[in-house]
Design a protein around this ligand. Structure first.
Ligand code: UDP
Length: 505
């Protein structure tokens, strides 16, 4: 590992679960390989949650946290609303604009560190790609700024490039080219899920995102939560787009799930599920359920920390899962239009669904339940690393994608927002590890489509894709493991190069 003289690195993640956790993992990785002091700065609620995770994990003990003053109510948000989890889109845009108010407290933090360290500013500020303004703060203090995207390279490049160019504007249908991508990677209007669909350059999201992304192009370089051999095309596109050094230092996954030996006890709990908040079910109950079913047979269904589907899709999904006759674990949240963190109601599911799928069939030899319904939040890592899990019906958030592929579990893709549809596209076209079920939270999905997608992923029918998908997913798993292998892995090398760059330039 490169040597250094122990300067200070300040990190600034966006306030969403899927961003905070990879930032924490990045801090751990840097700390293991250098003597830098690391301070992660965020709003008080998020800092409290991160601290509680760090306290339970010896490998995070030395990370510092700084609370940046933040008043959600000054920006039209309910008090304590400082994280996107279970947040409706209307509040999400408010949270984005509110995040701009973190600039002054970040400046005070950097000034304090500079003062404490005899006039020497932090070595750099590593900020989320939603916080392009951090490049200006760094400049003002005579230090450098690096942008860290917690998303993959393909997804980040497509997302940033589309917001900067809005290549689909004025287009009714058909395919279009996204700048930074080769012509063969044509995108389709149906890939525009979430707010970019309606974006015209002057909408609220464009007015927030476009300047931030433009500013990130002033940073000294980018770090990306991927590896080059895992995403060669995406990495090339990102380099093409940002025209800055790009270090692919990921996937930043907990050691327990990428360890090369598979000896780790599958019931060990992994601490980073959801800092400071309880799970919807004990991990042991999921493991027990999975233990009852054969290898590669269970379909795991979960849409991440901030997405849910419509009520009618919920009923179709339930009916499709039932019709598939495959065992499943489904993480349920109230449908669109309801409080996502609230209680589930029976009326949102087909009549008698829960009873039917969770009943133990006394007549059959093996008394096992077919479905496990989890309210709100599941121990996803434990589920994915269990050998009975055969496919992941996922919204294709990048963390979920990495967690699944690191275990060789293929994906049934149903992207909902952000860059998820580009992740699904990349997984289907470049990696061959994903069956696409639908695009967008409001797409109308039928039970038959659900059943067929499940069959294509876990079934063994003659001519079915299942076998090939699973082989490709195992190849992806190997690429991930190789990338993070000490001594030879490309991501380990990229991290050392980045750290060397900090010391020498
Ligand atoms: N997650 C979890 N249990 C759940 C839902 C999500 O542990 O019931 C974790 C999941 O393991 C992943 C993260 O939350 O690490 C979700 O991140 P992702 O990037 O997939 O999606 P996002 O929430 O950002 O949309």
């Amino acid at each position: 590992a490169p040597s250094d003289d122990g300067g200070h690195i300040v990190m600034l993640p966006f306030m969403a679960h899927g961003h905070l956790i990879p930032f924490l993992a990045l801090a751990r990785r840097i700390q293991r390989r250098s003597r830098f002091t690391i301070t992660i700065a965020s709003t008080p609620v998020n800092v409290r949650r991160l601290r509680s995770t760090a306290m339970a994990d010896p490998t995070l003990k030395a990370i510092n946290f700084a609370e940046l003053a933040f008043d959600p109510s000054a920006h039209g948000l309910p008090s304590n609303t400082e994280n996107t989890e279970n947040m409706p889109l209307t509040q999400m845009v408010d949270l984005c604009y509110a995040s701009l108010s973190l600039r002054a407290p970040l400046e005070s933090l950097v000034a304090n560190i500079t003062c404490r360290e005899d006039g020497r500013p932090p070595v750099c500020i590593i900020s989320d790609f939603f916080f392009g303004w951090a490049a200006d703060v760094a400049k003002a203090f005579g230090t450098r700024n690096y942008t860290f995207t917690t998303c993959g390279a393909y997804g980040t490049s497509a997302y940033v490039s589309m917001w900067l160019h809005l290549p689909h504007r004025g287009m009714e249908s058909g395919k279009f080219i996204v700048p930074a991508f080769p012509e063969r990677c044509l995108f389709d209007k149906s890939h525009l899920v979430g707010m970019i669909r309606e974006a015209d350059g002057d909408d609220v999201w464009s007015r927030f995102l476009r300047p931030q992304f433009e500013l990130t192009l002033n940073s000294s370089g980018w770090l990306c939560n991927t590896s080059e051999e895992f995403e060669p095309l995406g990495t090339a596109a990102l380099r093409n787009l940002v025209k800055r050094p790009v270090w692919t230092i990921g996937p930043l996954l907990p050691d327990a799930i990428v360890r090369n030996d598979d000896s780790s006890d599958s019931s060990t709990s992994i601490s980073e599920h959801r800092p400071g908040k309880p799970l919807g079910i004990a991990p042991e109950r999921c493991v027990e359920f999975l233990d009852e079913h054969p290898p590669g047979s269970v379909v795991y269904v979960c849409f991440g920390s901030q997405n849910t589907i419509t009520e009618s899709n919920m009923k179709e999904l339930a009916a499709g899962l039932e019709a598939s006759e495959r065992p499943f674990i489904w993480v349920m949240r109230p449908p669109l239009g309801f409080d996502m963190g609230g209680e589930m109601r029976d009326e949102w599911l087909p009549p008698g669904f829960e009873k039917r799928v969770t009943r133990v069939d006394e007549k059959k030899k093996k008394k096992k339940k077919r479905g496990l319904l989890v309210r709100d939040w599941a121990p996803q890592l434990e589920i994915l690393r269990h050998s009975s899990t055969g496919a992941f019906l996922s919204h294709c958030g990048w963390n979920s994608t990495l967690e699944s592929l690191s275990q060789g579990v293929p994906i049934i893709g149903w992207p909902m927002a952000a860059e998820q549809a580009y992740n699904a596209k990349m997984m289907a076209e470049e990696m061959g590890v994903c069956v696409e079920l639908a695009r967008g939270a409001a797409a109308e999905v039928s039970r038959e489509e659900v059943r067929r997608a499940i069959e294509a992923a876990v079934g063994d029918a003659e001519g079915g894709k299942g076998k090939e998908l699973r082989e490709r997913a195992m190849e992806a798993r190997e690429k991930i493991r190789r990338a993070v292998t000490e001594g030879e892995g490309s991501s380990v090398k990229a991290m050392d190069e980045f750290l060397r760059n900090l010391v020498t330039s």
